[in-house]
Design a protein around this ligand. Sequence first.
Ligand code: TMP
Length: 214
Amino acid sequence: MAFFITFEGIEGCGKTTQEARLAETLAERGYPVVVTREPGGCAIAEQIRAILLDAENRALVPLAELLLYAAARAQHVEEVIRPALDSGKIVICDRFTDATAAYQGYGRSLDLDLIDRLNRLATGGFSPDLTILLDCPEEVGLSRAMARINSAEGGVREERFEQESIAFHRMVRRGYLRLAAAEPERFVVLDGTRGIEETAAAVTETVITRIPRG
Ligand code: TMP
């Protein structure tokens, strides 16, 4: 019953909360679940994450950023995602290839064909079975994300993307909506401005109806 679910959306759309809720629900129903994230998900890719999200790394150029995401993904797929799917688990991943198209493609204006080729190279050519896009206006998402960052303690401040302008996040949001429109069988777009409980119920219903039986 291997099944690969990804969550996408702009900063502060509520993905992380909803993933945790979904993992809990699926585990209660007896499904074997692995929860992971990008960039990161294994030791080497988490080190790449630290470079990518460090607010001090303002000098990182868009192409280097793109290649680092691809490198982190190649490691994560090989080390975590593929083995979990091969052993019949349900994998829930916080962001995946669509984030690269949305942020580096629509947000930074890097070539979408190049991104597509790099995504294929990094994943060995597979895509999620289901992608849940939690859509929310950039003003709402960013104010939630900044509230979270301001209440966090110490460590590396992972706010390089939160420091981008509202206009950047608007382009990312539009990019996600385009990606969803281009692949309606894979994407489900849910309203990320609703309350946690209401969204969790919508996520559960979406997922349960799609997981193959047996
Ligand atoms: P998050 O774990 O808080 O969602 O943060 C990850 C950040 O990395 C977020 O700002 C989106 C960004 N990102 C990209 O720009 N491209 C990618 O391919 C991925 C996976 C994430």
